[in-house]
Design a protein around this ligand. Structure first.
Ligand SMILES: [Zn+2]
Length: 478
């Protein structure tokens, strides 16, 4: 995420194979127990659930501008990771459920606590077996307004709505295992009145108009964290192309922004050039397409939604700056394909996304990375920037400056410690090693030690695990 004006600014691999375990006499007496109501994240104990692993979300949604509401059917395909007597999905807000089925059979359900949809199937679900949950529901989704973390979820816009889910918004729109550690593939089938465009992550597989309604089908083939899923509905001008290296590219600008065609084209071209530049530094672009969407949502941030970031534009007529594009596109490697194990690890997203801004500024604006570091490091010791730990910013601090700027500074000091050769090897090796997966701060420190053949405990203790402005040692390397 990047908040404006200052550049402030994000999960385990789904196993998709439905392993069939042959029935044995022991099954008749197997114990079935409830899945956990949370994924075990200390910052967000209600988020996510235990006992299963989602493989795919099939979200069919009709948006009606007259009511500003949705009518939806979401089918979740998952694999039980234990014998389940019951399990939870996360589902938030006022949407009314009209039907809920597990494997095609009506199932009992209850909505409890902060965001739990507790589902009790007719019979227990056996470990390692695949199952489907089909939920039909409707209503006007609510927005999440968190005093510390801002607005997310379903956000109305002048000509439609946008769904931006970091960190807890997804459950306002679809029943979900809402934690970055449960990635899945997605299909979005979106129906809107003719003339209203519906955009999502991934690739457009086709549109069909029937009477007054148009249906667009989007497919996400790469595993995606729920917090990175996105919808944008409104009157958009859409441009498509390919980057120089051949990556399909799609940008869209909401007509209410009044962006002139030459600027809209610049948005497409800059997105392409930065994606290619970053692929040269970070390794192969991790997804099937790139792009970006400029909206007017009044939320004052941009978000690294997978394959297609969303930029909320405060000023009409303008497109996102190059550094902002570099930040959100850099996240595609740092945050999106490699996602945090716990929200406490978010500096791995934001530190690298901020460092992506610095690398961009060096390449495209002639500002050396060292100068960007020096400017950030100049913050006085009393600055809030030096309060708290980069590796553990606290639930309310996940979007604070320390995660971003101190995160990027930590990365620069790591570069100076291990040297450019090892550093650039690390930039490529890390996203490749954890592709479509999750990693922790400790995973990163160990990985960097392996790549550089150096003991990095002192660096990690000073820059990641301690509070306060660190002393700068003698400069080595770059
Ligand atoms: Zn960010």
């Amino acid at each position: 995420m990047t908040r404006t004006p200052r550049a402030l600014s994000v999960v385990a691999l789904s196993v998709t194979a439905g392993l069939l375990v042959p029935a044995t006499p022991a099954d008749a007496t197997a114990r079935f127990t409830p899945g956990a109501p949370g994924a075990g994240d200390p910052y967000f104990p209600d988020m996510g659930n235990g006992g299963y692993d989602v493989a795919h979300y099939d979200i069919g949604l009709r948006y009606d501008p007259k009511t500003k509401g949705i009518t939806a059917v979401t089918r979740v395909t998952a694999r039980a990771t234990q014998n389940l007597s019951r399990f939870d999905l996360d589902f938030l807000g006022p949407l009314t459920i009209s039907s809920l089925r597990v494997n095609g059979h009506k199932a009992a359900y209850a909505r409890t606590g902060a965001q739990e949809l507790v589902i009790t199937p007719r019979r227990g679900l056996r470990k390692n077996h695949r199952f489907t949950v089909t939920v039909a529901y409707s209503g006007v989704p609510r927005t999440v307004d968190d005093p510390a973390l801002g607005t997310s979820g379903w956000v109305p816009t002048p000509d439609g709505a946008v769904m931006l889910n970091q960190p807890t918004g997804a459950a306002t729109v679809f029943p979900v295992n809402d934690h970055p550690t449960d990635k899945a593939t997605y299909t979005f089938t979106l129906t809107t009145p003719k003339g209203i465009t519906a955009l999502a992550n991934g690739d457009l597989k086709g549109t069909r108009t029937s009477g007054a309604w148009t249906t667009a089908r989007w497919q996400v083939r790469d595993p995606m964290a729920s917090e990175l899923s996105m919808l944008a509905i409104g009157k958009f001008d859409v441009l498509t192309g390919r980057t120089r290296t051949g990556i399909p590219n799609l940008t869209a600008t909401d007509q209410v922004l009044g962006i002139k065609p030459d600027l809209a084209k610049k948005f497409l071209d800059q997105t392409a050039d930065i994606t290619d530049f970053q692929a040269s530094l970070y390794g192969r672009y991790p997804f099937t397409s790139t792009g970006g969407i400029a909206v007017k949502a009044g939320i004052d941030y941009a978000l690294e939604t997978q394959s297609r970031p969303v930029y909320d534009m405060r000023r009409g007529g303008a497109i996102p700056s190059g550094t902002l594009l570099a930040h959100e596109l850099g996240h595609q490697w740092f945050g999106d394909t490699v996602s945090p194990k716990r929200w406490a690890d978010i500096w791995l997203n934001e530190g690298f996304a901020t460092y992506s801004e610095w690398l961009y500024s060096e390449k495209f604006a002639g500002t050396p990375v060292q100068q960007s570091f020096d400017e950030a490091f100049a913050a006085p010791p009393t600055s809030l920037l030096w309060k708290g730990k980069v590796s553990d910013p606290g639930r309310d601090g996940i979007f604070d400056g320390l995660v971003y700027d101190r995160g990027a500074m930590a990365i620069h000091i790591l570069r100076r410690t291990i040297g450019d050769k090892a550093f650039y090897r690390l930039l490529k090796a890390w996203p490749a090693a954890y592709r479509h997966g999750n990693a922790s701060t400790e995973d990163f420190v160990r990985f960097a030690e392996r790549i550089s053949h150096k003991n990095l405990r002192a660096w990690a203790t000073t820059w990641l695990y301690s509070e306060g402005k660190p002393p700068l040692g003698p400069r080595t390397g770059s």
